[in-house]
Design a protein around this ligand. Structure first.
Ligand SMILES: [Zn+2]
Length: 179
């Protein structure tokens, strides 16, 4: 089963974890995600990091202010997760599929199920789940490897993805048990 899955790590970059848009919830996810990615590596499961890398004129910049600007430290993978990606892709919108090579990379590797991790549960993770749903991928979201600015927003987004996109909401241990 493992070769048909890919882990997508969304926006685990300095600005969203410890920087200007960071949160204690995002920081708490780092060790869980690190352990999970190490296990995925043992299982030879593809791990793709998709990260904000913004230009000044991106629509998000007028909405949120400058963040994750291309070439700056804020747009770099958090140090504790760096080195665990098989592939890194830059994005400029919430949806990791939009104007990126993600779909192409997944199809090339014959992936049928994406395991979504990272931040923010109710923004980029949820929009990426929509992108995956539109393209026919099966979706797992790891509840202990995703985070939002509050637990309420986190839980609501998990419920939304489960009910609207048919996402399977699992803990990282539950996912590992299936391997
Ligand atoms: Zn952004």
């Amino acid at each position: 089963m493992g070769e048909e899955q890919a882990v997508i790590v969304i926006d685990m970059i300095n600005d969203f974890v410890t920087g200007k848009l960071g949160s204690e919830h995002a920081e708490a996810v780092v060790p869980n995600l690190r352990d999970f990615l190490e296990r995925a590596k043992e299982e030879d499961i593809l791990k793709i990091f998709v990260q904000d890398s913004h230009e000044e004129d991106d629509p998000e910049i007028s909405h949120w202010g400058p963040h994750a600007m291309r070439g700056e430290e804020g747009s770099e993978t958090v140090p504790k997760l760096d080195g665990l990606a098989n592939r890194k892709l830059n994005k400029r919108f919430y949806d990791s599929f939009y104007k990126t090579d993600l779909e192409k990379v997944l199809k090339k590797n014959e992936i049928v199920e994406v395991i979504l991790t990272g931040v923010t549960t109710n923004i980029c993770v949820q929009n990426t789940a929509a992108g995956a749903f539109y393209r026919g991928f099966d979706i797992v979201v790891l509840k202990d490897c995703t985070a939002a600015s509050s637990m309420q927003k986190h839980e609501e987004a998990l419920d939304y993805m489960e009910s609207i996109f048919g996402a399977n909401i699992l803990s990282s241990d539950e996912m590992i048990e299936k391997w």
